[in-house]
Design a protein around this ligand. Structure first.
Ligand SMILES: C[S@@+](CC[C@H](N)C(=O)[O-])C[C@H]1O[C@@H](n2cnc3c(N)ncnc32)[C@H](O)[C@@H]1O
Ligand SMILES: Nc1nc2[nH]cc(C(=O)O)c2c(=O)[nH]1
Ligand code: SF4
Ligand SMILES: [Mg+2]
Length: 243
């Protein structure tokens, strides 16, 4: 049996709603399982057991078949997220298959694990977690990821993205930025109501949080080379899954 990965959903094409390639037309592969349990995780179903019956073990061929079944020829970019896809050594054949098909590949991970296939990712988003998440970043692991990418000559594919809910999170984000000044740095508005179905109210709250974050960054002379973004998909579609 070929190597498989646990898949929770494959969807798209849609726009990448976050970070370094925001707006990019892309397909998503969402893997199951995470080594973290962030208090505000908007994808908790990937690790809290609530969707365990939806997990399908798929090999590279099956992943490609599903991508083309739903995306046809209407995509050239695939984003892998989770959960933490960096837990999966077996993602290698999936990445190889996408490369073979000339598909650009993005990956979302929190920077707690390294995999050799990181060097084959075109847009690698590393998202260390701030205090409000309840998680603690291992900066030795994070630094070793950047060292390995640099050694492989692929550091330019990487960016950092920190989600911010409050002033303490922003101080953490600043520490991350100042520790890795050469890595493109994104601040992202935190969504503190991942359950609501009131899209209008959520959009209003998120826009005012976005304004707060912008105001803070504008006043801070150590945050001059940063990009401040909302989660565009949440503004457009609220907490809906699979968009
Ligand atoms: C669901 S995570 C999956 C990838 C990986 N585990 C990670 O956290 O980077 C994808 C992105 O969504 C962000 N995210 C999760 N919950 C969020 C929330 N409530 N508000 C804003 N961003 C959130 C994460 O920080 C991460 O950048
Ligand atoms: N449109 C859209 N953009 C996204 N960017 C990161 C996502 C994620 O859940 O990792 C995501 C997602 O779920 N949908
Ligand atoms: S690391 Fe990512 S997937 Fe895991 S709990 Fe945190 S936000 Fe959710
Ligand atoms: Mg998401």
């Amino acid at each position: 049996m070929a190597e498989t990965i646990p898949v929770l959903e494959i969807f798209g094409p849609t726009i990448q709603g976050e970070g370094m390639v925001i707006g990019q037309k892309t397909m998503f592969i969402r893997t199951a399982g995470c080594d973290y349990s962030c208090s505000w995780c908007d994808s908790a179903f990937t690790w809290d057991g609530s969707a365990k019956n939806e997990i399908i073990q798929m090999d590279a061929e099956q992943v490609w078949a599903e991508l083309t079944r739903i995306g046809g020829n209407r995509f050239s970019h695939v984003t892998v997220s989770g959960g933490n896809p960096a837990l999966l050594k077996n993602l290698q054949p999936v990445i190889a298959r996408l490369k073979e098909k000339d598909i650009e590949i993005a990956l979302e991970t929190q920077g707690s694990r390294y995999q050799d296939w990181f060097t084959e990712i075109d847009d690698l988003t590393i998202s260390p977690k701030p205090p409000s998440s309840g998680m603690k970043t291992d900066f030795d692991v994070l630094s070793s990821i950047f060292t390995r990418l640099r050694d492989a000559g692929t550091l330019s594919s990487a960016s950092l993205k920190v989600v911010v809910f409050n002033a303490e999170d922003l101080a953490f984000a600043k520490k991350v930025h100042l520790t890795y000044p050469g890595i493109p740095f994104y601040l992202q508005v935190g969504n503190d109501d991942t359950a609501t179905t009131n899209d209008e109210a959520l959009m209003k709250t998120l826009m005012s949080r976005y304004q707060w974050l912008i105001d803070e960054v504008m006043e801070d002379e150590q945050l001059n080379l940063v990009r401040v973004l909302p989660q565009l998909h949440t503004l457009l579609w609220g907490n809906k899954r699979g968009v």
